[in-house]
Design a protein around this ligand. Structure first.
Ligand SMILES: [Cu+2]
Length: 127
């Protein structure tokens, strides 16, 4: 009986850590909408008082995946996506700006802010 309780306890711990693992993995992984369709991978970018965040991070992506850059900024800048083909997006001093594109070629894709001179993140695009 004690053994059984112990086992149940261990199982509960195992299951809940599994759930935590899934939830944290889901934040950076491919997301789906409630009806199962693939959702865009959204990268939140904040530019405030000359500081860009995130900066110099790595973001995993898959070929064919839609990427949405959601930008809050207090200054005008220019987002440059070094994909093939490349994309340039004008950033205004405003919040909630969204710029979308689809990565079609595997490899590394830098996302830069040209006026700030910062690399926000590098997409690691897998086949
Ligand atoms: Cu560039």
């Amino acid at each position: 009986m004690t053994n059984r309780l112990l086992r149940y306890g261990l199982l509960t711990v195992a299951v809940s850590s599994l759930l935590v693992g899934c939830a944290s993995g889901d934040r950076s992984g491919t997301r789906t909408t409630p009806n199962g369709e693939p959702a865009a991978r959204t990268i939140d970018i904040r530019i405030a008082n000359g500081t860009v965040s995130p900066a110099d991070t790595r973001t995993e992506a898959e070929v064919g995946e839609r990427i949405v850059l959601r930008v809050d900024s207090d200054t005008a800048d220019e987002l440059h996506v070094h994909s093939d083909p490349a994309h340039t997006f004008p950033v205004a001093a405003a919040s909630g700006q969204e710029f979308g594109f689809t990565v079609t070629v595997p490899g590394q894709v830098e996302i830069e802010l040209h006026h700030a001179g910062r690399t926000v993140t590098t997409l690691l695009v897998r086949q």
